[in-house]
Design a protein around this ligand. Sequence first.
Ligand SMILES: CC(C)(COP(=O)(O)OP(=O)(O)OC[C@H]1O[C@@H](n2cnc3c(N)ncnc32)[C@H](O)[C@@H]1OP(=O)(O)O)[C@@H](O)C(=O)NCCC(=O)NCCS
Length: 178
Amino acid sequence: MLLPNLIQTDRLTLRAPCDADASHLFDAYTQDPEVARYMVWRPHQSIGETEAFIAYCKQQWDSGQRRPYILTRRDDDAVPIGMLEARLLAGTIDIGYVLQRASWGTGLMTEALVAFADVALALPACFRVQATCDTENHASARVLEKSGFAREGRLERHMVLPNLAATPRASLMYARCK
Ligand SMILES: CC(C)(COP(=O)(O)OP(=O)(O)OC[C@H]1O[C@@H](n2cnc3c(N)ncnc32)[C@H](O)[C@@H]1OP(=O)(O)O)[C@@H](O)C(=O)NCCC(=O)NCCS
């Protein structure tokens, strides 16, 4: 499956990661415990951690197995405000997403998910775009529902979220299919 390098919506650009993103992302959210709450990573303690993360994202992008898109406002694609990561499986793309707290509640992630799923499902080899979220991550579940994803079920003991517990928690599975 060949996802495009660039996706644009009315307000957003989704693009490849670059070295200069690390300092912006650290300022924007990688050190923010509220943003990290339901994520699989702990808040970053130093910009070096975000730099290492961006280096890893660049490797993943180049490998072709994942597309960790940087989200920016369309009118300023130098300043990241979030990410949408696409993991390519057979016939399926699994996604994860995060947005800086200053931009929550304005419909931006819904806009990103709708655009991404439209692009992905237009690929002949992609039949399913899926995402899981913690059962208590109500904002994320709402975004998926608003973006046209159907709730398929509950996955028990699915994911360790280190900011909440040391043992795996239950997730909800959502998908848009063609
Ligand atoms: C989840 C997240 C991406 C949502 O992004 P966003 O751009 O704020 O989302 P939108 O503005 O498109 O929509 C948010 C919706 O959730 C609702 N919402 C927000 N907090 C909520 C809560 N605590 N309970 C219920 N609904 C909530 C909003 O009211 C809105 O729905 P509405 O339009 O019907 O009013 C953002 O909050 C985030 O980055 N969170 C931290 C990272 C994360 O949890 N990522 C997902 C991991 S699965």
